[in-house]
Design a protein around this ligand. Sequence first.
Ligand SMILES: NC(=O)c1ccc[n+]([C@@H]2O[C@H](COP(=O)([O-])OP(=O)(O)OC[C@H]3O[C@@H](n4cnc5c(N)ncnc54)[C@H](OP(=O)(O)O)[C@@H]3O)[C@@H](O)[C@H]2O)c1
Length: 221
Amino acid sequence: MKVLVIGASRGIGLEFVKQYRAEGHEVTATARDEAALQTLKALGAKALPLELLDAKSCAGLAWQLDGLQFDTIWLNAGVFGTDVAAPSAPTQAEFDLVMHTNVLGPMRVLPALTDCLAQNAKLALLSSRMGSMALRTSPNAWLYRASKAAANSLLKDAAIAFGGRASCVAFHPGWVKTDMGGSSADLSPAEAVASMRAVLARVGPQDNGAFLNFDGKLLPW
Ligand SMILES: NC(=O)c1ccc[n+]([C@@H]2O[C@H](COP(=O)([O-])OP(=O)(O)OC[C@H]3O[C@@H](n4cnc5c(N)ncnc54)[C@H](OP(=O)(O)O)[C@@H]3O)[C@@H](O)[C@H]2O)c1
């Protein structure tokens, strides 16, 4: 199987690379610094530089992927940003970092994937249940929540645009022990990634446009 992981320097993204490589799959993965690119190469992945905040870097992704076809794509890169609770205004810089990474980033990457979808490909966006409107009970981190709600909207549009060629889903990975999730989180990256990989392996056209928990349960938007 041919796998692409966008944002694979650490945390959940790096764990995807490790698990797919351990099973001998052909993995292409992106990172934005040289040390991380070397780590990915050492794992046997094809490592591509990608900085989501840089339009030129994102534009370069299309030609770096030229001619490649992927069965499985994980759009993983994301930031939590400053934990501003409603109704406190984020600064312009706080807003730009989170929205540019979590929303503009996928909007720049998805076009580059148009010609890279193998027959019946599966494309998964790492969202968060914090982006769900239906599950909303807290006003904390409203900037991150807004960015993941917007990312969910992108996933729905991608599901329509790519439907018939690929099955596109959004995932909540669980609360995962990474730099973002912190050490008190519920799941190790290994547990979360193993579960999401197994769920995505079962995803088909009937699931196109779904929002899934890491264990496969359907989440409300
Ligand atoms: N951990 C959780 O509990 C949790 C819960 C819900 C959803 N999620 C989502 O799951 C995904 C992965 O989270 P994680 O916990 O693994 O986070 P993480 O440990 O903070 O890793 C974030 C990844 O995104 C990359 N990234 C960030 N900004 C980027 C940019 N501008 N350009 C390219 N790459 C960029 C990072 O690269 P660098 O190393 O270069 O910064 C890193 O590879 C995120 O989308 C997150 O929102 C996580």
